[in-house]
Design a binder for this molecule. Sequence first.
Ligand code: S3P
Length: 418
Amino acid sequence: MIATIRPARKLEGEITLPGDKSISHRALILGAIASGDSHARGLSAGVDVKSTAACLRDLGVDVGGTDISGRGMRGLRPSAKPLDCGNSGTTMRLLAGLLAAQDFETELTGDDSLSRRPMDRVVEPLRRMQARASWPPLKVGGQATLEGIEYTAPVPSAQVKSAILLAGLYAAGDTAVVEPVKTRDHTEVMLGAMGADVKIDGTRVAVGRTERLEPIDIAVPGDFSAAAFWLVAGGLVETSDIRLLAVGVNPTRTAFAGLLTSLGFRVGRARPRLEAGEAVVDLEVTPAGDLRPVRVEAGMAAEMIDELPVLAVAATQIAGTSVISGAGELRVKESDRLAAMEAGLSAMGADIVTQEDGWVINGPRRLEGAHVESAGDHRVAMALAIAALIADGKTEIEDAECVEISYPNFFDHLEYLC
Ligand code: S3P
């Protein structure tokens, strides 16, 4: 599908974002091994979360609508076929950790993009735990007596951390992960709420062997990483007044909002509340004031990794040189996001140069509508759509249907707000 986007003169209205993708995956996976039925309202309707649900069904778990029939820690059944994780790195890595601890072997596959992404980062620590694990293709499990380890992760990754913690639920002794930077903590928060023995100390998270998890009942908050597109759009379009309802603002997810505010964007918070241990607010977005150039340095990128494509769009509108570095991980996401954003924004007239681990962007530049490629990557498609709202003339985005991965009604929301 080609999405055609025209410049916006105003962005106004209230929207409810899709359920948080990270929390949705975890609710399904942890619900599947709980002792009893869990309920998760507002799960992400994106294709990635559907991939997790389908894999769990292949493992004998009854998942329907908001309900997950937990089969207990040892109740998963071998799948008759390789598990298809689609485009979803979270599905593949989290399930690899869980399934490495089962007494049967499972093969996990995915689409072309996922097949190119690095899985040695989970295989290596799982093997240290004495699990059977190999890649490529990714095969795990068949030897269920695991040993706890203390793992110092070379790269900050919530997916890797979560995989190790899930295997750690089944391992002898404690299993700990120490990260260079604290990444999103939804796995440990949810495990704690379900009664697991979780200890969090700064960037170190440990879990003990667990015989039983209590079921959960949660309302999944709106996805902050989806909100990020509107935080930038609302700041850059001259007349805007956007209210984003019930957005999850777990502090391990919202560094991007803090950065935007420090640049001169205006993001207000209203009606603060808690949902199953996760902080939730309504976000209010109005046009930005004078903007300062962006500086993202090593150690900052991990906390806003999914928001960096749309940050690049913001940087094209800021006077001066913006430098985003320490973001080499963007090369191994659903696409090479450094290259894909450089290609798209350059075609629209931006001054953006890709470095080894980031971009240098000189602004402000008036963007021109162009024919651009999403690279089949949902966050690239949505970031370029935001660029299109502030460009002159019409922009066409190729393969725009990939927004379905995390935000199926993105283009409906865009049309409604304009
Ligand atoms: C996620 C972790 C991040 C993020 C992804 C979701 C998660 O990936 O980019 O969209 O739910 O744990 P990494 O762990 O590879 O950084």
